[in-house]
Design a protein around this ligand. Structure first.
Ligand code: CTP
Length: 404
């Protein structure tokens, strides 16, 4: 994420590398950190040199790589190294080094720097699944957490043993996201709980048919990612879209019907500081869902529909001081008048209007053109942009209005 990576500029980072096959990923990690403007010094344990070359790492980090605590001529000043860094990142963290850190052993330079570091220490473990789940490893991880160190969760995938499971070191991009979000991000949204709804809802007519709409969910997904990038705790309540969504660090709640979306919103709204309703919720649902497939008989078929509950309106009624509620309005005519009416009727703080008349805006497109109306009468107009740029405009508008 470009926004997050820019936070690393000028940061001093020690990358500690231990003996694990995942050490090859540290090469990419060091390169990405340096590319993002960080100053990187690499410390390797002697056994990590069996997996990666110090020449590669010194070339990429643009600094000499240190391995030994002493050599014949000199002694490495581990105390100064630990004080130089803004952060010490150990990636990969092998089972062996984990055990030594947990117990305060000091038989190499990396451990000496760890024990004397005054900066935050973060570790990205890497090991085989069975080792990862062993109670000894769990205890050691708990000990590190109790010392105030942070652990970047392992990922699931193919392991060096040929097995598939937990234990892979987090990917370099995820490690960088973790560092920036946890240490370098000074965003007013950091740690705030945010709820976003996205996608359509489907209302079943019978076991095989439904009433739905063309919403792709792309706008809400882009909002969720932007908010996560700004350090918020995001819950994305997502209707049945064809676009797969999975993003580490975003709590995904899948729903199908307007009724399910209503329940999910109610249970997540109370402690949410910001709620953004980008979903295209069905306004009507069949009164009865046929138990069996409706057979083709008469020339015409009448299906009786009833109004669904208006979720945004319900949340507007429940909104308490300090909660920010943002609705969307998708209109085809008389856009601004309808959008402003919705802002008032639903007691929202902002309403984001997108018009189906604009080319490249609305359902399914990768771009959108919006106007934001604020309840005191302010208006913010934007050009046609990618949905991720539109998400940034919406979030920046919220920050400028309520957190500046
Ligand atoms: N919305 C909702 N619950 C519904 C219908 C809509 O929460 N049952 C929300 C949408 O997520 C959106 C806003 O209300 O944030 C406006 O939705 P829109 O479909 O444009 O308006 P409606 O209120 O449904 O009114 P109309 O269909 O008459 O335009």
């Amino acid at each position: 994420m470009v926004f997050l990576k820019s936070m690393l500029h000028g940061k001093k980072i020690i990358v500690g590398i231990t003996g694990s096959i995942a050490a090859y990923k540290s090469i990419y990690l060091v390169r990405a950190l340096v590319k993002a403007g960080a100053e990187v010094k690499v410390i390797m344990t002697p056994s990590s040199a069996d997996f990666v070359s110090s020449l590669t790492l010194s070339t990429l980090s643009r600094n000499e790589v240190q391995i030994e605590l002493f050599d014949e001529q000199s002694w490495s000043n581990h105390v100064m190294l630990g004080r130089w860094a803004d952060i010490m990142l150990i990636a990969p963290l092998s089972c062996n080094t984990l055990a030594k850190m947990a117990n305060g052993l000091c038989d190499n330079l990396l451990l000496a720097v760890y024990l004397s570091a005054t900066c935050p220490v973060v570790a990205a473990p890497a090991m085989d699944e069975d080792m990862w789940h062993h109670p000894a490893t769990k205890n050691n991880i708990e000990k590190l957490l109790s010392y105030g160190n942070k652990i970047i969760p392992v990922e699931k995938g193919d392991l060096a043993s040929g097995l598939y499971g937990d234990g892979r070191m987090a990917e370099p991009d995820n490690i960088i996201d973790f560092l920036t979000t946890n240490f370098f991000l000074s965003s007013p949204l950091r740690g705030k709980k945010v709820v976003v709804t996205a996608g359509p809802t489907y209302e079943a007519l019978d076991p095989v048919r439904f009433i739905g709409n063309h919403s792709s969910g792309k706008m809400g997904m882009a909002l969720a990612k932007e908010l996560k990038g700004k350090g918020a705790f995001v819950t994305l309540i997502l209707g049945p879209t064809q676009i797969p969504f999975s993003e580490k660090g975003i709590n995904l709640v899948n729903v199908t019907t307007a009724d399910e979306m209503h329940s999910a919103c109610i249970s997540n709204f109370k402690d949410a500081e910001i709620t953004i309703m980008a979903a295209a919720v069905a306004d009507y649902a069949p009164i009865k869902k046929a138990a069996d497939k409706i057979k083709k008989k008469e020339k015409t078929l009448v299906i009786e529909l009833e109004k669904t509950r208006d979720i945004l309106k319900t949340l507007g009624e429940r909104k308490e001081k300090g909660q920010i509620l943002v609705g969307f309005a998708l209109e085809t005519n008389n856009e601004e008048v309808f959008a402003k009416e919705k802002l008032i009727a639903k007691n929202a703080d902002l309403i984001v209007l997108n018009s189906l008349k604009e080319s490249g805006a609305g359902f399914g497109h990768d771009t959108n053109k919006i106007t934001i109306f604020e309840k005191e009468g302010k208006e913010f107009r934007f050009e046609n942009k990618s949905k991720s740029a539109v998400a940034k405009d919406i979030i920046d508008t919220i920050i400028n209005l309520y957190y500046a």
